[in-house]
Ligand binder design. Structure first.
Ligand code: IMP
Length: 175
């Protein structure tokens, strides 16, 4: 088997509930505009918003800095932009993983230029070992060691996004 379970479904769901409680407190009495970053954050976004209790609007954006392999190309491309005007809105970016930090650095700058009332970041995972561009994560579910992980939205060459848990992937063991 090329996958070792790293974060179980139960552990993930419990942690997301804790994060949502913190977000509910911080945004009490406010409206929140969520921008989920495709493709990786689709599952985290869907699970997180189910626990939120303020008025929420939701859009997805697609930006990538990776090719089909496990090494960053260092390039960011915005493939799909949001349609709404975020000026004066409280915006929360929801991302799957901060690895080198490149994607979020460029994305954050791009969104800041659109004049939101506030802009915060929720990330499902953070790999500090590979950070090259410092990113402030306001709501982090899990800090992880330097492994290439798949599942819960994260892929290897487009596969494994549907898994309800996070696994460590060993491509050399794949048959
Ligand atoms: P960054 O720009 O280097 O922070 O990379 C962010 C993007 O790289 C994420 O949104 C993921 O799509 C991808 N990525 C980084 N590390 C992993 C991993 O361990 N598994 C799957 N995708 C990853």
């Amino acid at each position: 088997m090329a996958i070792d379970i790293y974060l179980s479904e139960e552990k993930i769901q419990n942690r997301i509930q804790e994060l949502a409680e913190k977000i509910n407190k911080d945004y009490a009495g406010k409206e929140l505009h969520i921008i989920g970053v495709l493709n990786g954050a689709f599952m985290f976004t869907a699970d997180l918003v189910r626990h939120l209790n303020m008025p929420v609007t939701l859009e997805f954006m697609s930006a990538s800095s990776y090719g089909d392999g496990t090494v960053s190309s260092g390039e960011l491309k915005i493939n799909l932009d949001i349609k709404s005007d975020i000026r004066d809105k409280h915006v929360l970016i929801v991302e799957d993983i901060v690895d080198t930090g490149l994607t979020l650095t460029v994305l954050r700058k791009n969104l800041m230029e659109r004049g939101p009332a506030s802009l915060k970041l929720a990330s499902f995972l953070f790999k500090p070992a590979r950070l090259e561009h410092k990113v402030e994560i306001d709501y982090l579910a899990f800090e992880i060691e330097d492994h290439f992980v798949i599942g819960y939205g994260l892929d290897y060459a487009g596969r494994y996004r549907e898994l309800p848990y996070v696994g460590i992937f060993h491509p050399e063991k794949e048959s």
